[in-house]
Design a protein around this ligand. Sequence first.
Ligand SMILES: [Zn+2]
Length: 80
Amino acid sequence: MKNDPNKEWADLGHLVVKAKTEQLKKQNCPYCGNGLHFTYVPGDKAAIKIECKKCINRMWLDGVSNLPPWANEAGNTIQS
Ligand SMILES: [Zn+2]
């Protein structure tokens, strides 16, 4: 049975706020299978952007209250 890319994309949004670097580096775009960019944007209203390197899919998560573990480990941008 094929996975539902919309659900996988939503799951990525949950994962990205709590994942470690190694977990995120294993993730691929649910729609096209290519790598992803993860960007943490610090500030009063910190945000995280997830962006596919190839297709048009991207997601902004606003109001991120805690520094995610991967950003603490690897800096504000990582890619898978
Ligand atoms: Zn993609």
